[in-house]
Write a protein that binds this ligand. Structure first.
Ligand code: ADP
Ligand code: MG
Length: 238
């Protein structure tokens, strides 16, 4: 089954057609990476899946359910952004619990979820600290923790590592792979970084100018690109 399925999805901002006609499927439980140059519409596409932008046309399904007009909170998605503003006056535990404030679950259940997320992200020893006492990588993990506690069907990542230095990015890539293995949810990750795409993806979707140029396994795209754009972008010199 498709974790996320887009059918003829389009998006215009006034006269500007940003997403032209995108149909794709990210299989349930897979790590899908949308890669493409800056301005090609990656964030817009992700925001439409999250419900933060409406669609100009087409259909969006999550876990087989048509969510095209469903409000963001009811789509079963959680998004992690590049700029992960944590609440400076709240502890790590409170920051993670904050995204459950609208949940009707009893307090002890919410606390259990925070503890479990902290365990997965190796933040257990930092739960009482304020964000200012954490490293950049730890702060980014708290931001991911805020998504985990909501137990979404689909995780959406919009260039979450682009503010980190190169060494930390390598480490966080490994952590994201481990996280995906552990949680098993569908994940869609947006980046303009080919190395990130190659190392994280089960399947890569190469976007250009609001179209999917090619999708498939990283090595298939690398070894057998459909066109010069994919060849140039994914790495093997054309
Ligand atoms: P990417 O994430 O791939 O860099 P975006 O999805 O952010 O690309 O943007 C794609 C295009 O859509 C850009 O030309 C951008 O200027 C335009 N765009 C994005 N959001 C809006 C908006 N709210 N209003 C008008 N234009 C927008
Ligand atoms: Mg973007």
């Amino acid at each position: 089954m498709a974790g996320v399925k887009l059918t003829n999805v389009r998006k215009s901002f006034g006269p500007l057609e940003v997403i032209k006609d995108v149909s794709l499927e990210v299989p349930k439980g897979e790590f899908g990476v949308f890669v493409g140059p800056s301005g090609c519409g990656k964030s817009t596409l992700l925001r439409m899946i999250a419900g933060l932008e409406d669609t100009t046309g087409g259909r969006i399904e999550i876990g087989g359910r048509d969510v095209t007009t469903v409000e963001p909170a009811k789509r079963g998605v959680a998004m992690v952004f590049q700029s992960y503003a944590l609440y400076p006056h709240l502890s790590v535990a409170e920051n993670m619990a904050f995204s459950l404030r609208l949940s009707r679950a009893p307090k002890h259940e919410r606390e259990d979820k925070v503890r479990e997320a902290a365990r997965i992200l190796q933040l257990t020893d930092h739960l009482d600290k304020k964000p200012s006492a954490l490293s950049g990588g730890q702060r980014q993990r708290v931001a991911i923790g805020r998504a985990i506690v909501r137990e979404p069907e689909v995780f959406l990542f919009d260039e979450p590592l682009s503010n980190l230095d190169a060494e930390l990015r390598v480490q966080m890539r490994l952590e994201l792979t481990r996280l995906h293995r552990q949680i098993g949810a569908t994940m869609i990750y947006v980046t303009h970084d080919q190395v990130e795409a190659m190392t994280l993806a089960d399947d890569i979707y190469v976007l250009k100018g609001g179209h999917v140029m090619q999708s498939g396994r990283p090595l298939t795209l690398y070894d057998d690109p459909d066109n010069r754009f994919v060849a140039g972008f994914i790495g093997s010199p054309a």
